[in-house]
Design a protein around this ligand. Sequence first.
Ligand SMILES: [Cu+2]
Length: 315
Amino acid sequence: MNGSEAPFELLAPAASTAAPRTDLLFLVMLVICGAMALLLAGLIAWFALRYREGSGAGRAHPPSHANGLEAAWTAVPMLLFIVLFGWAAHDYALERRVPADALPVYVVAKQWMWRLQHGENGRQEINELHVPLNRPVVLVLASQDVIHSFFVPAFRVKQDVVPGRYARLWFSATRLGEFRILCSEYCGSQHSAMLGRVIVMRDADYAKWLASGPPPTGDPTPQQLGQALYQRLACASCHAPDSSVHAPPLAGLYGRTVVLQDGGHVTADEDYLRESIVAPDRRLVAGQPAIMPSYGGQLSEQDVQNLVAYLREFK
Ligand SMILES: [Cu+2]
């Protein structure tokens, strides 16, 4: 089954697990809104005709109230909205909950391209994303400059990529073929050229493709690049447990709860790690002096992402 997109079509093919349920919800909303619009337009036309000037319609005893009618036009739309809200919230939660076994791909958006790196072995791509069929893939997205938005119409997934924080997006492709990647947030003069494609392959083909990256041994993984940076920046000189500076140890930090200076708590997720590298004073660990320099100006978004990838695995 090949799902590649034709040049012109009303709706992109439904090529992910999220697509059929998104389409169904959209169709139901379209039908409800359409029926409501038809009903209202019909009533307007009917009243206009019936009560036009000179018509013989009776106007002697106009009703001032119709309690049943008023209750109905309040209750019925409210029930419809509650059902739609519950349904949409359910679908939204499914899209936010990333499966634990999802393959990670690190994405940096910049004017005007997508740079993608596979977490498995570090293979890099520009404006192209190869993924295996029927397996969840999670993108960890960062922007180096302005707000972009990663959009794959055939997968019915879209995620804004805002500078200064990580965004996450997952999907599981259900059709082989090529599908468009668009940037759906106006990001400058070449915004419309910020295009790419997802190539969905069979598992075996994907494994072959992943292993064939240049150079023959594969590119360094984000973790390896992060580890090299960790060493080059001498992070351990303060953060190692035996350091005289007693900066917070980083081993096993990822995912733990951190107590902050102001008594608050934060989970050490990607965003907190990133912030602690580029703006360390913003949320200091309890009991720590504000002595760490900011690395915001020295590191590219890609560098920070690599460091965070390394810290995630750092045990
Ligand atoms: Cu863009």
